[in-house]
Design a protein around this ligand. Sequence first.
Ligand SMILES: Nc1ncnc2c1ncn2[C@@H]1O[C@H](COP(=O)(O)OP(=O)(O)O)[C@@H](O)[C@H]1O
Ligand SMILES: [Mg+2]
Length: 275
Amino acid sequence: MKIDLHDCCARHPAARDAAPAALRGLSLHIAQGEQVAVIGPSGAGKTTLLHLLACALPPSSGHLRLDDKDPWTLKRARLHHLRGSLFLAPQVPPLPPRQRVVTAVLAARLPHIGLWQSLRSLVYPTGIAQAEAALERFDLADKLFGRVDRLSGGERQRVGLARVLLAQASLILVDEPLSALDPTRAHQAIAALTLAARECGASLVTTLHHVDMALAHFPRIIGLRDGELAFDLPAIEVTPERLRTLYAQHLDELTAPVAVAAFESPPQAVAMQCR
Ligand SMILES: Nc1ncnc2c1ncn2[C@@H]1O[C@H](COP(=O)(O)OP(=O)(O)O)[C@@H](O)[C@H]1O
Ligand SMILES: [Mg+2]
């Protein structure tokens, strides 16, 4: 799905009127199939941006276009249809505690199957092999019939990501997918997520607290600060200096390897000898 944001402002529904908007004057173009990581300190507006793109929050000014259509001018049925092709994976996946993992994963297909099949799947889940294959990518196939409330926080987060694989979405929006994962699991999970999006040609926008993961796995990085675009660059151009400016007064939020890089002196010129 193609995204165009033009001079968009948005505020959290619970924000006080006097509070500054969570997003201010944001303009962006994201092409079909592109993979983008959004970074920035807490309160920068990352989650608000995902809610805006998921059509869960209307812009207070400016325009949002998804595949050249303004979702907020569509008739109800067409907006509903559009929402069916978006998938927002929140930071804490909404998994009912007593539910089986298989049911939780298969629930991601609900917008694409009819009411009768949805009800039937609660009793006789279909697509178990699909759910197992999705869980396998996150190293969780052994939890297929386990209960959600018996999983660790990290396992629950990976179940939330496995749902992305069944969602048949053309725009995948993922909020802080790695917050409960150790570095090895985090690398595996983000690799599985980016591969899945590539395989189905979906656009992927992920907010990431882990700047090192963003730089390692995403070709394009958007830096947000105080609701405004600080930079929009290829990962290779995101220098320690830019990160230092983006996270000024919040340097404690930079993850360890990047934090070290951000404090290092700039690389010295190396004298090359050519024969
Ligand atoms: N529950 C809330 N109630 C009121 N305002 C909120 C709430 N959540 C977020 N906001 C406002 O939106 C801004 C952006 O928040 P958010 O998008 O969650 O940032 P991030 O995801 O980058 O941490 C916050 O600085 C705050 O002003
Ligand atoms: Mg957030």
